[in-house]
Write a protein that binds this ligand. Structure first.
Ligand code: HEM
Length: 488
């Protein structure tokens, strides 16, 4: 019997599955899954089917939530059953990535990892982090000055350096750095493996028992490569911090702070030194993995917006000149006095969220939403892109990059760009009232803003050429060819 028919048979009397694109025999909606500009398809489904859209792929249910009310009802009110994660055979069983809190089920260990991250990111490293940020931003300026067209490469380097320095206190080589290279390779494999439907073993887990030499088992080679890079990424920088601590020359960092906590073994999160160290390795490995790509992609959106919307760039520059003056670079202290720059940071997250449908949460048990039945194991996604482009919420110009919308009273912050309910990253970093933006938002926004700030400042200090050339890069030669990548 086709797998999706099994789901249909389980629907209780008087209820039905939510609406969605028609399913085909055996494969269900496999062919409907978009491979490119997926947010456009998700938005079209919203228009065609309404607030709930249901798909079924080989018996696996997928549900998209398209209204703010539903998102809050499901992920917040019913968060106890909507916070599980799908266990990917490729990533967890074969790739050995089960140490990552991002893939853990919401159990005691997951809570422990999140609470350590929250406690130690938001309290200990804030000042250190800002110093590192300031340093990295200056390096970025210098690199851009030397090689304006390399702005994508330089951004990647800056973020890698910032994350590795904050997390491990490691200084990174400007080029061909081995830590950055390992991280990049791991991220590349991770992105490939997490593409929905990319590996059949995730749909048919029994395939993991097929021997590696068997025709069609190339996925095993991929998984062992992933395993190698993830393990190296987790262990190598950690070992470097330990060695530096022993030699007495470790720079302060997230990891060195944790390792130096007195009586670490007796701390509530660790039974003994070995488990404690494993814990620190896993948590810092997650920062390394989750912190680089996300922040980098956000900054790239910022660059694109600045190139496409010179008037916004001009307005931001004027604010900086007025508030900070011409003789110094802005610092975090200036931030409360920079409303337009702060609004610009929010608009970067809203205009092009880097995860247009968030990251799937898995439903723990059968549930009912209105008149619809939602089966246990359904992968549930907030339609982030559509929600952040709602004309009702953000006005009729939602496709335009317009920071000024956030200067109006009562406009909803784009916090769903950081995820939903109990899994949201904003929660990890504790929306501590003393710190207006959490560490996470600092990463997202102050990177954008320090990027913005530095870029805009650089106009006054002679790096105007960067903006002109960067615009040429996208604009003069083949702007139209690239436009589809980021303009909707
Ligand atoms: C602009 C920057 C970032 C954006 C837009 C972003 C976005 C997201 C999103 C959408 C999720 C999925 C949440 C969910 O399941 O609902 C997520 C998960 C996660 N992010 Fe980020 N992120 C960013 C930066 C970072 C940084 C710098 C860190 C490092 C501390 C980080 C650590 C994590 C972790 C650990 C998770 C998994 C949380 C869990 O499953 O409980 N993220 N992020």
């Amino acid at each position: 019997m086709p797998y999706y028919l099994q789901v249909l048979f389980n629907v209780p009397k008087g209820l039905k599955l939510p609406p969605g694109p028609p399913r085909r025999f055996l494969v269900g909606n496999l062919k409907d899954l978009p491979r490119h500009k997926e947010w456009e398809t998700y938005d079209q489904w919203r228009k065609n089917f309404g607030d709930l859209v249901y798909l079924n792929i080989f018996g696996k249910s997928l549900l998209f939530l398209n209204s703010p009310k539903l998102v809050s009802e499901v992920f917040d009110t019913r968060g106890a059953i909507y916070s599980e994660r799908f266990q990917s055979t490729m990533l967890s069983d074969l790739g050995g990535f089960n140490w990552s809190l991002a893939l853990m089920q919401p159990n005691e260990i997951w809570r422990q990892h999140r609470s350590i991250l929250q406690k130690h990111l938001s309290k200990i490293s804030m000042v250190q982090h800002q110093v590192t940020l300031g340093k990295c931003s200056k390096t970025l300026l210098a690199l851009l000055y030397r090689e304006p067209l390399g702005f994508l490469k330089h951004t990647r380097h800056l973020i890698g350096a910032m994350v590795l320095e904050s997390t491990y206190g490691l200084s990174i080589k400007t080029e061909n750095d081995p830590y950055i290279e390992v991280g990049e390779k791991a991220l590349e494999l991770f992105a490939d493996i997490s593409t929905p439907g990319a590996y059949l073993v995730d749909i048919f887990p029994f395939m993991k028992y097929v021997p590696a030499w068997f025709p069609g088992a190339a996925f095993k080679q991929k998984a062992s490569e992933l395993n190698f890079y993830f393990t190296t990424m987790k262990n190598t920088p950690f070992a470097a911090v330990k060695a530096a601590l022993k030699a007495g020359n470790a720079s302060p960092s997230f990891v060195s702070n944790l390792l130096e906590i007195e009586n670490f073994e007796k701390d509530s999160f660790s039974q003994n030194r070995e488990t404690g160290e494993e814990l620190i390795k896993s948590i810092s490995g997650v920062i390394y993995l989750a912190g680089i790509d996300t922040v980098e992609a956000t900054i790239q959106v910022f660059f694109i917006a600045m190139i496409l919307y010179p008037d916004v760039q001009k307005a931001a520059q004027e604010e900086l000149e007025k508030v900070v003056g011409l003789n110094s670079l802005p610092t975090f202290k200036d931030r409360p006095n920079l409303p337009y720059i702060n609004a610009l940071c929010k608009e970067v997250l809203r205009w092009h969220p880097i995860t247009p449908a968030g990251f799937p949460h898995m439903l723990k048990q059968d549930d009912v939403i209105g008149k619809y039945f939602v089966p246990k194991g359904t992968l549930v996604m907030g339609n982030t892109w559509s929600l952040l482009h709602s004309e009702e919420v953000y006005g009729s110009d939602v496709h335009v990059f317009n920071p000024a919308r956030f200067l109006k009273e009562g406009i909803k912050d784009p916090d769903i760009a950081f995820g939903y309910g109990r899994r949201s990253v904003e929660l990890i970093t504790g929306a501590d009232e003393a710190i207006p933006m959490s560490y996470h938002s600092e990463n997202a926004c102050s990177h954008s803003s320090s990027g913005a700030i530095n870029q805009l400042r650089s106009l006054k200090t002679g790096v105007l050429i960067f903006n002109v050339k960067a615009a040429q890069y996208l604009d003069v030669k083949d702007y139209d060819n690239h436009k589809h990548l980021f303009v909707h």
